[in-house]
Design a protein around this ligand. Structure first.
Ligand code: PMP
Length: 353
């Protein structure tokens, strides 16, 4: 190793799901929305003037912040936006987890959490989820430097009831608690209703799943004005112009169309419930997902074998080769046609295996 290499910050990066290229493939591996964004997004995109890009964007992203504040019935000083919820979560780790005590998050949860913790030198402990993959709220009643968990959880899709979320908050008023609600719109109950009672709560959501805009990279956090001021200060100390102009404009358009939002969600939820039914008949079991994916294991055939066979068929799902997850596949809910193709292949494959 050269001398200059000794001072380099070494990290093991998060590995996102594959983004394979091709027209004929079925992509059920990164929990994207199979439907297009709201029609107003396409319209605004068509009308956008490239001259807008000559100037820097509004560093406060007011256009988007104002629409979000109105949509969620909170103050403008309670909204923080970022480049995907990954950006919001990363900034939140940097801002709020600044203690010598370990932060806590479930051992089965979003695999980016330990990466940010390592990157920012934040100590952490990962209480094990239960036999049925449920988050055990009592594990979060001990002393800690902060708490973060997805709800519904990823990659299980399981929801922790709002009462349990509040129990965790009640026991942790001396630290910041982050609830990562990337999937909440698909049937979960949001912790936003708890905000008036807990100044230390940050709820993080994203446009990547329910609003079908993963490629635009828009995420947001909602919390008390004090919490938002703190994370803004850190963000402005790092990068003033996080959100580009198209993201601000098109993100605002997406939020305005509540009808389209609801319709798309209803379609995905309906497809999810149908998928649960036929996958059950094929011998799969899974936690009762409230997200846009199923975390499925088969009674007889190893998950890895199914994963590989699907990939050969150009059907991409997500497989995590870790001790607790290796028997499962995480399958994003696509369109009815995509799920039909998945079903047809699985029926044949399982019969032959
Ligand atoms: N939280 C969870 C639980 C996720 O699964 C994801 C998607 N990988 C994210 C946050 C980040 O999504 P995005 O940055 O696209 O908003």
């Amino acid at each position: 190793m050269e001398l200059w290499e000794k001072n380099i910050r070494r990290v093991v990066p998060y590995v996102p799901g594959e983004q394979p290229k091709g027209d004929r493939l079925i992509k059920l591996n990164t929990n994207e929305n199979p439907y297009p964004p709201a029609p107003g997004v396409e319209k605004a995109l068509g009308e956008m003037d490239a001259d807008l890009f000559r100037k820097y964007p509004d560093p406060a992203s007011s256009l988007l912040v104002d629409v979000l504040a109105e949509r969620y019935g909170v103050g403008k000083d309670q909204v923080f936006v970022g480049v995907g919820s990954d950006d919001v979560l990363g900034m939140a780790f940097l801002t709020f987890f600044n203690s010598d005590k370990p932060i806590l998050f479930p051992d089965v949860s979003y695999s980016f959490y330990p990466v940010w913790a390592d990157l920012f030198h934040i100590p952490y402990e990962t209480p094990a989820v239960g036999e049925e993959f449920q988050i055990l709220k009592e594990d979060y009643y001990r002393e800690n430097g902060g708490i973060v968990f997805p709800n519904p959880n990823a990659p299980t899709g399981l929801e922790l009831g709002l009462e349990a979320v509040e129990d965790i908050l009640r026991h942790n008023q001396d630290v910041v608690v982050i609830v990562d609600e990337a999937y909440v719109d698909f049937g979960g109950r949001s912790a936003l209703s708890l905000l008036p009672r807990y100044e230390n709560l940050l709820v993080v959501q994203t446009f990547s799943k329910s609003r079908a805009m993963a490629g635009m990279r828009i995420g947001y956090g909602i919390g008390s004005p004090k919490l938002i001021r703190a994370i803004q200060d850190v963000r402005y100390s790092y990068n003033s112009y996080t959100m580009n102009i198209p993201s601000q404009i098109l993100g605002a358009e997406a939020v305005k169309d509540e009808v389209y939002f609801r319709e798309t969600l209803d379609k995905i939820i309906k497809t999810r419930e149908e998928t649960k039914r036929w996958m059950g008949e094929l011998g799969f079991t899974f936690p009762d997902s409230k997200a846009n994916f199923l975390f499925a294991t088969h009674e007889r055939v190893p998950a890895e074998a199914i994963f590989k066979a699907l990939k050969e068929e150009q059907i991409y799902v997500r497989y995590f080769n870790t001790p607790r997850l290796k028997d499962h596949l995480r399958i994003t809910i696509g369109t009815d046609e995509e799920m039909k193709a998945l079903r047809r292949f699985l029926e044949g494959f399982l019969r032959r295996y």
